[in-house]
Write a protein that binds this ligand. Structure first.
Ligand SMILES: *Cc1c(COP(=O)(O)O)cnc(C)c1O
Length: 400
């Protein structure tokens, strides 16, 4: 018996059973669906991509996995070299893990230990954003701020180690002025907060955060598990403002295999590089640097570069803006768009009840949550397919 995610199992409707997938399409026994969710925002090249499949198969013919403890291999070396040149600035040190949540945990552990290694043991606090989502493990739940995902943590009482602020400049400045001696890091989903409701904010907030982090010696961590690889219309938000630690996941492998990476800059790495063994980073997920994941991730990044994915993403944004321009409805609170993400926020969740089946019947797979109806499509989508996704969203409001 499968226990499904984020579901009251007693009330869950039968999930659609996928029997095949290719390009932007998912196939059930009786329907062909454009995947407007990209399998939780990860399948940027679409399904059954010939080159990604080839990368995977040729690695499997050598070996699928060896541990990274005391061993290394070409796939992980080539991927880390590639990330080093592909990522901005001096984000050069790649710590791999098997999921986004774990990669954020690693980033938080790095930030905490960075200061412990320097003897600054009072710096135990994390500054984070309201409505943040950083994963479902315990520390990431604590750093997150979303009742709907994390309410179980209430059992432990309020957190002594995480401070949440809204994306407002005065609050940001006040938090640093008040707490800077206790803070080890400021952790954010930059520009676009995904699971917290596709909330978007301005880059000026991040620029100011960078200045304050420099002023007070606090590490800036970007959780780009969702925003990385073009989703905001930037390759990485880290191209605009440099964090000290960058976390990537989801689209890292083109959605083929769960894998993630925590990338540290020189300053952070040097905080561990020492003769003292107790200054080492004591972490090592069993499947870190998995050879299949690394080989498919490398190919994914090569495709992203060679086939100019940034212009595909800009085209998606252009079409989306054009198609949504005249859309309005009294039940809609706001329509938000950024790069390859569009979200219709409605006034109450009940307004979206039944949408998934409505979309299914029209050949689109969608998974609205709470008051958010959104699309984050694979970047290889054709114009008429994207228009169909957006028309389906709009049609929900025009039918009586
Ligand atoms: C999905 C997500 C995570 C968690 O990644 P998993 O691979 O599901 O553990 C962390 N941070 C952000 C911003 C995410 O969107």
């Amino acid at each position: 018996m499968i226990w499904y995610p984020y579901e009251q199992m007693k009330k869950m409707k039968t999930p659609y059973k996928i029997v095949d997938a290719e390009g932007v399409y998912l196939y059930t026994e009786d329907q062909k669906l454009i995947d407007s969710v990209s399998s939780w925002w990860s399948v940027i090249h679409g399904y059954k991509h010939p080159e990604l499949n080839k990368a995977l198969i040729s690695q499997a013919e050598k070996f699928s996995h060896v541990m990274l403890g005391g061993l290394t291999h070409e796939a992980v070396e080539r991927l880390s070299d590639k990330l080093q040149s592909f990522l901005p600035g001096d984000l050069d040190y790649c710590f791999f893990s098997d999921s986004g949540s774990v990669a954020v945990e690693v980033a938080l552990k790095m930030a905490l230990q960075y200061y412990m290694n320097r003897g600054e043991e009072k710096r135990t606090m994390i500054l984070a954003l309201e409505h943040a989502y950083h994963g479902d493990t315990f520390k990431t739940m604590e750093a997150g701020d979303d009742e709907d995902y994390h309410f179980v943590l209430k059992a432990y009482g309020s957190s002594q180690h995480v401070l949440h602020i809204p994306t407002q400049m005065e609050e940001l400045e006040r938090a640093f002025e008040t707490w800077h001696e206790r803070l080890n890091c400021f952790l954010v989903e930059p520009l676009l907060q995904g699971a917290g409701g596709m909330r978007m904010y301005d880059v000026s907030f991040l620029k100011r955060a960078r200045e304050l982090c420099d002023q007070y010696g606090v590490l800036l961590i970007f959780d780009e598990v969702a925003t990385g690889f073009g989703r905001t219309g930037n390759r990485f938000v880290a191209d605009l403002v440099q964090p000290d630690i960058l976390v990537l996941g989801k689209a890292l492998t083109g959605g083929y295999i769960g894998h993630a990476v925590t990338v540290a800059n020189h300053k952070v790495y040097e905080g561990f590089y020492d003769d003292r063994p107790e200054h080492a980073l004591m972490h090592g997920p069993t499947f870190m640097g998995n050879a299949l994941a690394c080989s498919v991730a490398l190919k994914s990044i090569e495709l992203f570069e060679e086939q100019d994915y940034m212009s595909k993403i800009h085209r998606i944004e252009e079409i989306t803006r054009r198609e949504m321009q005249d859309f309005s409805d009294p039940r809609v609170k706001e329509v938000r768009m950024m790069g390859g993400c569009v979200c219709i926020e409605v006034r109450e969740p009940a307004i979206l009840k039944g949408y998934q089946q409505f979309a299914y019947e029209r050949g689109v797979f969608s998974r609205p949550f709470l008051s958010y109806l959104y699309a984050m499509v694979p970047y290889i989508i054709q114009e008429e397919e994207l228009v169909k996704v957006l028309d389906t969203m709009k049609a929900w409001f025009s039918q009586g």
